[in-house]
Design a protein around this ligand. Structure first.
Ligand code: MN
Length: 732
């Protein structure tokens, strides 16, 4: 009856065993809302109430569904939340864990979750659903890129942590899945999930995922190794105890209080070692592993000296991961020794704190509530990295470390799929045209359109990690000078320029005519409507003598059609002297050229400010406050590139701007300022604090407001705080 592939009979015994294990209530449904609540001693009452509310909602949403283990579906999200509670994650993470399957499984939408449980929770739930979809197209050959893509997609690191806990619980109950599903999921766990846990330094999760994956994928091999470990343990016990008490006594004699514990390798790491180093089980098990945990870092080195005195060290095997931590922050001293009768001993020496980092990695930052004034989520991930960098700085190590850390954990790149499932790495901000040129110069030169996730999309659209991009080409396709306004890769930009130069002058003029007409079309005009006797001044300003030169310059990409049209139109209608800017993020100006608008991060222009802008490669038209000091250089070099701009009367939305505040230092001042910002109905995007002296600190606050008068109201309120000395907008 069963459609599963038949398994060898010795194996079917283990399969039945795995299934029986998965069905146990302690495994499948280890937590209820009450036991979960009991473990939330690190949260306050309000937070616990929110967690319980999320649980009630999820219970209703999954009503009537059950898992293959036979338990009600809600037991799964509850178990996932329990795993995260043991890692002492914050209440929003736990709420997201409880809700992580409701979008998939019920009619709940991201928006309705946002209204009920807040934006952050909705974002995490949505991120978890998206990640699950990406992993569904996996390809082992590209495991490394998939791991990076997952990290690039999760703007909030908590998305990854929820997804990992989800996978962990699913692996604990994998025995109930069909043989083919079990193998696929186990392989995926070993290829993607365990390595990500390792990158994030979460050692406990990594080893459990590895052992569960190993057991599900190779039940026989895993069973043999586990049995061998148990039988070896009996023979080894006496010797282990002897070595351990000798070391403890030697350390105590020198006044170091230390905990010495015997270590056992997990089954999967023994298996990996046997495979990669071509060693027999006995050769690997022949080594006796110990961990020495002490109080202070300097005690690590003293303890090292003591064990080196006790047993003869193997010179080449000493590793100092305290001075040079591993990329994920792991710190420890590793040494190998020859014990009595020449038995090989491996010792790891570390402090309690290093031990906590080794077990929990990035999640360790949720263990202790910071006494700081603000705690946003990504802040903690950043803090983790900052701590790692600080470790490196003190150890005086090369910059390479920081680079590999950034690339590994929070990539600046995006990762997108080609139609046949390959992953391409591109710089952040890349467009389909960049994608086309990175596939092949010919694909770039001939591209005329593209599909993103199977939908037609503009060639200028910014790509996001995880998207599938397909380029449509024609034989007579040509690069368009407009592409230079949004491409970011040097490969695409130099290929476009090269191609444009090689087009014949005649073609450039024809193309320039087409582009200028299109740009003028936004004002319902064409080249024929222009009175060229009156335009001589504009020609001079643009550096051309006659119309053909102007058109050729546009056609070969030296001049933007949009800029030329703007200046030509302004002669008759002063309205066109300034570019119209409407709020709400990047938009097309006057619905025409698909020109992208960006706001200068340096000055943070707000509706009501006097603004100007200039065309920047890859960013389109970048708007600044007229007085922004970042424009000084450009103004000296080529003032004509600075184009006047103005806000439309219908401008709406939230705008990011930066305040610089000098304050008298005292406890709680940052919290007070943040509270005042919130009370003024403005948002805090980020705060950084620079200590200028013992008395004075400078706060740089990225705040979101609606417009200039809203900001003025906020600044008045902040000035009323007694500790505030001076207050100004940045870069003005
Ligand atoms: Mn799930």
């Amino acid at each position: 009856m069963s459609r599963q592939r038949a398994e060898p009979s010795s194996q079917s015994f283990f399969v039945a065993q795995l299934a029986a294990h998965a069905k146990q209530t302690a495994v499948a449904a280890p937590a209820t809302i009450d036991t979960l609540t009991d473990s939330l001693t690190y949260l306050n009452e309000q937070e616990i109430a929110k967690v319980r509310a999320a649980h009630s909602y999820a219970t209703l949403a999954h009503e009537g569904q059950s898992r293959r283990t036979g338990h009600a579906y809600i037991t799964h999200p509850t178990a996932v939340a329990q795993i995260l509670a043991e890692m002492r994650m914050d209440h929003q993470t736990l709420m997201a864990a409880l809700l992580h399957d409701v979008i998939e499984d019920s009619s709940a939408s991201k928006q309705s979750l946002g209204e009920m449980f807040g934006e952050s929770v909705a974002e995490i739930v949505d991120g978890v659903s998206k990640l699950s979809k990406i992993f569904a197209n996996r390809d082992e050959a590209q495991a490394e890129n998939f791991q990076k893509m997952a990290l690039a997609m999760a703007k909030d690191i908590r998305v990854i942590l929820v997804k990992m806990a989800d996978r962990l619980h699913n692996m604990r109950t994998i025995g109930v899945m069909s043989s083919s599903q079990r193998k696929r999921i186990a392989k995926e766990t070993l290829d993607f999930y365990a390595p990500i846990a390792n990158r994030l330094g979460i050692h406990t999760m990594k080893s459990e995922l590895e052992d569960l994956g190993f057991k599900a994928l190779y039940p026989l091999r895993s069973d043999r190794i586990e049995r061998a470990v148990i039988s070896a343990r009996g023979n080894r016990r006496k010797l282990m105890e002897e070595i351990s008490s000798t070391m403890t006594a030697a350390l105590n004699r020198e006044g170091i209080s230390a905990e010495v514990v015997g270590r056992e390798k997990n089954a999967f790491s023994i298996y990996k070692k046997m495979k990669s180093k071509q060693k027999s089980f006995l050769e690997i098990m022949d080594v006796f592993g110990f961990r020495v945990v002490v109080d202070q870092p300097d005690a690590c080195y003293r303890a090292l000296g003591i064990v080196h005195n006790l047993y003869k060290p193997v010179a080449s095997r000493f590793k100092d991961y305290i001075a040079i931590p591993k990329v994920n922050g792991y710190q420890s001293l590793h040494t190998s020794l020859f014990g009595m009768h020449g038995v090989p001993i491996e010792v790891q020496i570390r402090t309690k704190q290093m031990e906590a980092v080794a077990e929990n990695g990035i999640a360790g930052h949720w263990l202790y509530k910071s006494d700081g004034d603000f705690d946003s989520n990504q802040q903690r991930a950043r803090q983790w990295i900052k701590d790692l960098m600080e470790l490196q700085r003190r150890a005086g190590n090369p910059l390479e470390f920081i680079e590999s850390l950034k690339i590994d954990l929070f990539p600046d790149e995006i990762y997108v799929f080609t139609p046949n499932g390959k992953i391409l790495e591109l710089p952040n901000g890349s467009s389909p045209v960049d994608f086309a040129y990175s596939v092949h110069t010919d694909v770039g030169n001939r591209c005329i359109a593209c599909r993103i996730d199977q939908k037609l999309a503009p060639l200028s659209q910014q790509l996001q990690s995880g998207q599938r991009v397909e380029i449509i080409t024609t034989e007579d396709g040509r690069p368009n000078p407009d592409w230079l306004t949004f491409t970011v890769t040097s490969r695409a930009r130099s290929a476009i320029r090269h191609e444009l130069k090689h087009q014949q002058q005649g073609e450039s003029v024809a193309l320039g005519r087409k582009l200028l007409n299109r740009a003028l079309g936004n004002a319902n005009k064409s080249i024929n409507d222009l009175d060229f006797r009156r335009l001589r001044k504009v020609f001079t300003e643009l550096g051309v003598r006659k119309l053909d030169e102007l058109l050729a310059a546009i056609g070969n990409g030296e001049l933007m059609a949009y800029v030329a049209a703007q200046k030509l139109l302004a002669v008759d209608n002063p309205d066109y002297a300034a570019v119209e800017v409407q709020g709400g993020g990047p938009i097309a100006i006057r619905g025409g050229e698909g020109l992208v608008i960006n706001y200068g991060k340096c000055c943070g222009p707000l509706p009501g400010d006097h603004i100007v802008g200039h065309m920047t490669a890859g960013k389109g038209f970048v708007v600044h406050i007229e007085t922004c000091t970042n424009l000084n250089e450009l103004r000296r070099r080529s003032a004509h590139e600075i184009i006047p701009a103005r806000w439309t009367s219908t401008t709406e939305g939230e705008f990011l701007t930066t305040l610089r505040v000098d304050v008298n230092r005292r406890k709680g001042i940052v919290a007070e300022i943040a509270a005042e910002v919130a009370a003024a109905d403005a948002g805090v995007d980020n705060i950084s604090v620079k200590e200028r002296s013992a008395e004075i600190s400078t706060l740089i606050i990225g705040t979101t407001v609606r417009n200039r008068s809203h900001l003025a109201r906020l600044m008045r309120k902040l000035r009323n705080i007694t500790s505030v000395i001076t207050l100004s907008r940045a870069n003005n």
